[in-house]
Design a protein around this ligand. Structure first.
Ligand code: PLP
Length: 388
């Protein structure tokens, strides 16, 4: 099976892992701070705090911004469930902003309308979490200009997007956000096995996230509230978690990040080939806006409305091609319908979901494997159309 995405592990990744395994530290050693400084270099952010997943770091980002019971957080319905769950962990309510049909990112027009209605109703969100779907940046300038006047904080869910740019600057620089979160799950752009990082330019937010990541414990003399009792002494001042990244994970990340530009370049080359060879077919592509260089985590097409997506999906799978669907609108998950959400809440998201299909895209996908995907898709679409 040609999967829709997969990691690329090199011999230098293996060598780095071996060195870390044989070193003094499997966790809480030098690899994590080194990885954080590599992330700062790659993103232009002032601070980076690494953790055991993007989900954990989204949770801590919400906590650091003060999200709590009674608060409201907005995000996109076309995303992985973690973008919404992070607010629920804090006891907050979640609502969803409909998407733009061409980018599958949250729609700036829908956001503007929802803000007016929310202000009238007297219930504005505390935080908004835009998702850079497939690696394509949201229009962050427009988004921040809309929400900043209300004092709404911004967390970018950039799980798909490390190595991408917006207005020429790296995603993660936080020019238009408070915090940006990346994922290093194996299907994402670079991997640490499991892992995530939060970037920010705000020293207080970085400090809070770093403390919550490790039990809310500090050993730093300037942070102690009582006189130090000896060299063993530490204090826990808040209820934190063990969301730490290990040195093994960070070591892999330090090796992988050396190839970030190479990965993004190859993904973009493959996308250009898809565009070239699929342009004759009756399909649309989810595309980044002009202000954005996408890291292209996913290559997503939209099938014509009248075609049965499931027939196309099953025929591709039967031909050994691991197509996928990203994503089921989050609010249609049983957990969220249980909270009162219904079909029809975000019509564009639902029609996007009905027609989207993710084709294989990852740096080690060969041209000839991609040719097979292209030929198979053309043949399948032809057959499904004829059989109608
Ligand atoms: C993968 C993903 C996450 C969660 O990342 P983990 O590192 O697996 O916790 C969050 N948001 C989006 C959009 C994702 O694709």
């Amino acid at each position: 099976m040609i999967p829709y995405g997969r990691q690329d592990i090199s011999s230098s990744d293996l060598e780095t892992l071996k060195q870390v395994l044989l070193s003094d530290f499997l966790t809480q050693g030098p690899q994590v701070p080194l990885f954080e400084s590599n992330i700062c270099k790659a993103t232009d952010a002032s601070f980076a705090v690494a953790g055991n997943s993007a989900t954990s770091m989204l949770h801590l980002a919400c906590l650091a911004l003060g999200v709590k019971e009674g608060d409201l957080v907005w995000t996109s319905p076309i995303t992985f469930v973690a973008s919404a769950n992070c607010a629920r962990y804090c006891g907050a309510d979640v609502d969803f902003i409909d998407v733009d049909a061409h980018t599958a990112n949250l729609s700036i027009d829908a956001l503007a309308m929802k803000l007016v209605a929310a202000e009238k109703a007297g219930r504005l969100p505390k935080v908004i979490i835009p998702v850079h779907m497939a690696g394509h940046s949201c229009d962050m300038q427009a988004l921040s200009e809309l929400v900043r006047p209300y004092g709404i904080k911004i967390i970018e869910d950039a799980a798909h997007a490390i190595g991408g740019r917006y207005q020429g600057r790296p995603i993660g620089c936080c020019e238009y956000s408070d915090i940006c979160v990346f994922s290093f799950h194996p299907v994402k752009i670079i991997t640490t096995g499991e892992g995530g990082v939060a970037t920010t330019n705000d020293p207080a937010l970085a400090k809070t996230i770093a403390s919550l990541r490790s039990h809310g414990i500090s050993k730093l003399p300037q942070e102690l509230t009582r006189p130090e009792e000896g060299d063993w002494y530490y204090e826990q001042d808040t209820l934190g978690f063990n969301y730490r990244m290990t040195d093994l994970q960070a070591g892999l990340g330090n090796s992988q990040i050396q190839r970030l530009q190479e990965f993004v370049k190859r993904r973009n080359e493959l996308v250009q080939r898809y565009h070239l060879f699929l342009s004759a077919l009756d399909i649309e592509f989810i595309r980044p806006s002009e202000q954005c260089l996408s890291a292209y985590h996913l290559f997503i097409i939209r099938l014509p409305k009248e075609l049965d997506r499931k027939l196309v999906f099953n025929a591709m799978r039967a031909a050994g091609i691991g197509v996928h669907v990203h994503y089921i609108p989050v609010y249609l998950q049983p957990y969220y319908t249980g909270l009162g959400f219904n079909q029809g809440h975000c019509p564009e998201a639902e029609s996007y979901y009905a027609s989207c299909l993710t084709l294989p895209l990852y740096p080690t996908l060969t041209d000839s494997e991609q040719d097979y995907v292209i030929e198979t898709l053309a043949a399948v679409l032809d057959k499904v159309k004829r059989d109608r």
